[in-house]
Design a protein around this ligand. Structure first.
Ligand SMILES: [Zn+2]
Length: 209
């Protein structure tokens, strides 16, 4: 079976994708991973990744197209964070059609705007690799790493003004996409505000069907 997992930044897509892959035997296609792999083939991708700009649709689609040519695709897959907009969805449909593959469900992890902002802006990280959240996963001493006692920092990407800009772009693109998957009856809304286990239970109930 083949699935798509969508959701705003901060929804916990990565965590749930890991849970799904661990429990069900399927391939995990995250655009981030595929782009990092693709940059070996296409040097221009690297330019976009390094500058932090969004990689153009055609490049992403080409990488996915190439990946879908491999035989292991029959195992079934979870597409994580792709498509990001309606144009990508239409391109994806063409690829799927040519390979005679169909998508069984599209999961949308809904957490709402305020919660997404709260989850992301509350993130703190340490140079040692440890990560925290000021309310959901706080360090023992405010602003100090539990492991190495260094000062915690907030990544520029996690700052509120950056996140609000990212969300403006995201919302403009995701709304038509959701409408599209709803229209073709693939969309499943997942309540992303529930805890990790419950979210996974919601998702797996559709995979088991
Ligand atoms: Zn540390």
């Amino acid at each position: 079976m083949n699935f798509i997992l969508l959701g705003p930044p901060g929804a916990g897509k990565g965590t749930q994708a890991k849970n799904v892959i661990k429990n069900f035997n399927m391939l995990h296609f995250s655009t981030g991973d595929m782009l990092r792999e693709g940059k070996k083939l296409d040097k221009t991708i690297n330019k976009f990744l390094l500058s932090g700009r969004l990689v153009p649709d055609e490049m992403v689609i080409n990488i996915i197209k190439k990946r879908f040519e491999r035989d292991d695709i029959k195992k079934g897959f979870l597409l994580d964070g792709f498509p990001r907009n309606l144009r990508q969805a239409e391109q994806l449909d063409l690829i799927l059609e040519s390979k005679n593959i169909k998508i069984d469900k599209v999961f949308f992890m809904d957490i709402g705007f305020d919660e997404a902002i709260n989850r992301i802006t509350g993130r703190r990280v340490c140079e040692c690799g440890a990560s925290y959240h000021i309310t959901m996963l706080p360090p023992k001493k405010i602003g100090i790493c539990d492991y190495c006692e260094a000062d915690l920092i907030q990544r520029d990407d996690d700052k509120e003004n950056v996140i609000r800009d990212r969300f403006t772009v995201y919302e403009k693109e995701i709304e038509p996409l959701i409408k599209y998957y709803k229209k073709i009856k693939l969309l499943v809304l997942i309540d992303g505000l529930k805890d990790e286990k419950d979210v996974f239970k919601q998702i797996s109930s559709y995979i088991l069907q």
